[in-house]
Design a protein around this ligand. Structure first.
Ligand code: GAR
Length: 232
């Protein structure tokens, strides 16, 4: 236990590469006391990530492990340096929040069952980049976002929570992505809360949520408020 660790309160490390709006949603949820967890450190692979300044504004420690410095040394060498930062801050749970780097099997194994990612689509549909554009191009009527445990494949592991977003006539990639993002900011704190409360069990590719009852799925947000589906 690190000295700063409060009993029952999990220490969370957040990995970012960019603006960090999901990171802010998690920090807000922890600050509000809705999640029995506290932010330990925010780590970026990119020194220019705008989210770093936002983390500091919340009084959260930050670290940068620039991936350029690890060119030619292999993916795991970079991940080991990231893990060293996480260890230094006593991190128990890791949240990827727009961390645009594929993780080594070593890292994924090390944080098995305590490593979450958010993706802007209803997985297993539309993994990879540009989830909203992929949904529009495919012509789906409903898309959304997914929080999942990370496994060896990109945007693939056991699903913790999902939120649905209806595709509207006239949607562009930007309008759809921004409505999905609003739901990301709701579903990620929800998923972290369930994990920090110790309510998640991975069973194969499924995740059981302790305390869920039929008719009241706790890890689903559907549909988003203002969605025409809501009034039908
Ligand atoms: C979010 O939309 C997140 O779902 C996505 O990157 C964005 C990061 O935004 N992640 C992926 O596409 C992972 N495959 P943020 O930096 O404002 O949180």
């Amino acid at each position: 236990m690190t000295p700063a660790m409060k009993p029952g309160v999990k220490r969370v490390g957040i990995l970012i590469s960019g603006r960090g709006s999901n990171m802010v949603a998690l920090l807000e949820g922890m600050r509000a006391g809705e999640i029995p967890a506290e932010p330990a450190v925010v780590v970026s692979n990119d020194p220019g990530a705008a989210g770093l300044a936002k983390a500091r504004a919340y009084g959260v420690a930050t670290a940068v492990v620039p991936q350029q410095e690890f060119k030619g040394k292999g993916r795991q060498a970079h991940d080991e340096a990231v893990a060293a930062e996480l260890d230094r801050h006593g991190v128990e749970i890791v949240c990827l929040a727009g961390y645009m780097r594929i993780l080594s099997p070593w890292f994924v194994e090390r944080y098995h069952g305590r490593l979450l990612n958010i993706h802007p689509a209803l997985l297993p549909s539309f993994p990879g980049l540009h989830g909203a554009k992929q949904a529009l191009d495919h012509g789906v009527r409903v898309t959304g976002c997914t929080v999942h445990f990370v496994d060896a494949q990109v945007d693939h592991g056991p699903i913790v929570a999902q939120a649905a977003v209806a595709v509207q006539p006239g949607d562009t990639e930007e309008t759809l992505a921004s409505r999905i993002l609003e739901q990301e900011h709701r579903v990620y704190p929800l998923a972290l809360r369930l994990l920090a409360e110790g309510r998640l069990t991975i069973e194969g590719h499924r995740v059981a949520v302790a305390g869920e009852e039929p008719g009241f799925p706790q890890a689903v947000i559907s549909p988003d408020p203002g969605d025409p589906l809501a009034s039908r």
